[in-house]
Design a protein around this ligand. Structure first.
Ligand SMILES: *Cc1c(COP(=O)(O)O)cnc(C)c1O
Length: 462
């Protein structure tokens, strides 16, 4: 330990009185600066005590304090260049909003709005009214409502329609999404009794029929969002499930309901855009589902939200559940969702106006052209030791959409004579703004699918 060095450390007060930190006062309050000074001095003291430091200057202390102040002022949420190829990456905020949705958010954020004010009557209105009409039109549903996310949509639907009763679901559909959403846990928390039927790979109509008791309230179907079952499989389709429900409903008793959780449900048939078909909400309602739930920020391409479409009487009961107040969508969400849904009124321009669809429909030729441009820029910028090529690859959609269906792509592949692919990955992430690529075997890959300009993936340094 170096007592002389410790004695020479300024006190926090001395540091705060020095002219050097004066400038910081224009951007933050005294408490922030004082805390940074305290932390800096105590960190240096600890280093001296552990013999990790043999000298220290006032200049250095001031610089370190300013560094802490700046770190405190820097926004935590920042723009990230998503070059992973995943259009709906949960770690990067899923769907990018359209221009009109972003404008709608800004308008709702900076002004008072008619969120719950009925302009015509002057009375209190319902916030969901701003989107219910559009959802009805786009799905053919009798009614619709909105909550905070799809997990909440499943939760409130189950709680409203089946609390204290049994919910029957196939073992092949008890999905887990992103680690924190496990369907069987949500069913348990919603106050329902989960009754699993069938086997992991095969479930038959008689499995459901045999499981029915007077306690059964719901037949539940979940979209297998992030996995596929291959080989010896059997699944009971929605239509069959609806038929089972209708056949076993007794007169005078509330009929058995069929609820489908689509997760990434789409409002348009993606096969019309040359993409793999994903369940279309309107088609599932036509097939007889009483309620369909899906996310706002997956294939829909809007803000985080949970959408519930279906029978009027059931939506009314969901709206009357006190949990609706707990789980309601906020004003920014409502604004973004309304603007996103309006884009669907013009299907001809949707693949230009809706960023997710624009990204998903990028052709291999377009991706190749962008990758070639990026590769040329990267070759010049990265310098010796790096090997930059353009290779065939595949993009994953992400967000629990299109499991097992990757989209063909061309990507920039980067390797280095000495650096591992993981180190290159970290190096790109350390850029300002961070550039997120992916590591595949020994290469670091940059997929241009969701990147606006080739120069965006060229590190500029921090
Ligand atoms: C994604 C997903 C959910 C959860 O939706 P969030 O919007 O993330 O809350 C629930 N069920 C399925 C089938 C999903 O794919």
């Amino acid at each position: 330990m170096n007592d002389g060095l410790l004695r020479r450390l300024p006190s926090v007060d001395e540091l705060l009185r020095s002219d050097a930190l004066k400038e910081a006062y224009s951007s933050c309050s005294h408490a922030v600066i004082a805390e940074a000074a305290r932390e800096t001095i105590s960190a240096i003291r600890a280093e001296i005590n552990s013999n990790g430091r043999s000298e220290v200057s006032l200049q250095e202390i001031i610089a370190l304090t300013e560094g802490r102040i700046n770190a405190c002022l820097r926004p935590s949420v920042q723009r990230v260049i998503n070059a992973t190829g995943a259009v709906l990456h949960t770690n990067m905020g899923r769907a990018v909003l359209s221009r009109s949705a972003a404008d709608a958010v800004a308008l709702a954020a900076r002004n008072h709005t008619n969120l719950e004010l009925d302009i015509e009557t002057g009375e209190r209105g319902q916030r969901d009214n701003h989107v219910e009409g559009l959802l009805k039109r786009l799905t053919g549903a009798e009614a619709a409502c909105v909550v905070n996310n799809n997990a909440a949509a499943v939760f409130i639907t189950l709680n409203t329609l089946a609390a204290g009763k049994e919910v029957i679901i196939s073992r092949g559909e008890l999905v887990e999404i992103g680690g924190s959403f496990r369907l069987h846990e949500i069913i348990g928390k919603s106050g329902c009794v989960l009754k699993e039927v069938g086997a992991a790979n095969r479930t038959h109509p008689h499995d459901y029929a045999q499981a029915l008791t007077p306690q059964t309230a719901l037949l539940f179907k979940a979209h297998k969002s992030n996995f596929t079952v291959a080989g010896f499989t059997a699944e009971v389709g929605l239509k069959e499930l609806v038929a089972i429900g209708r056949a076993s409903s007794l007169p005078g008793v509330e009929p058995l309901r069929v609820v489908e959780d689509l997760g990434s449900g789409s409002l348009v048939d993606l096969s019309a855009y040359g993409l793999p078909k994903e369940p279309v909400v309107g088609e599932r309602l036509l097939a007889g589902a009483d309620i369909v739930t899906f996310s706002g920020d997956k294939l829909l391409g809007g803000p985080q939200a949970g959408l519930i479409c279906g029978k009027k009487e059931l939506i009314k009961r969901i709206n009357e559940n006190p949990l609706k107040r707990v789980l309601r969508a906020d004003k920014l969400t409502i604004a973004a969702l309304e603007a996103t849904l309006r884009l669907y009124l013009n299907k001809a321009t949707l693949s230009e106006t809706l960023p997710s669809l624009k990204y998903m429909t990028r052709t291999v030729d377009e991706l190749d052209m962008a990758a070639q441009k990026a590769a040329a820029l990267l070759k010049a910028a990265l310098g010796d030791g790096f090997i930059v090529t353009v290779e065939d690859s595949e993009s994953v959609i992400g967000g629990g959409s299109m499991p097992g269906h990757n989209l063909p792509a061309k990507v920039v592949a980067i390797t280095h004579e000495e650096m591992s692919a993981t180190r290159i990955y970290r190096m790109f992430l350390a850029n300002d703004p961070p550039i997120a690529g992916r590591v595949n075997n020994d290469s670091f890959l940059l997929d241009m699918r969701t990147v606006e300009r080739p120069e965006d993936v060229v590190p500029s340094g921090r």
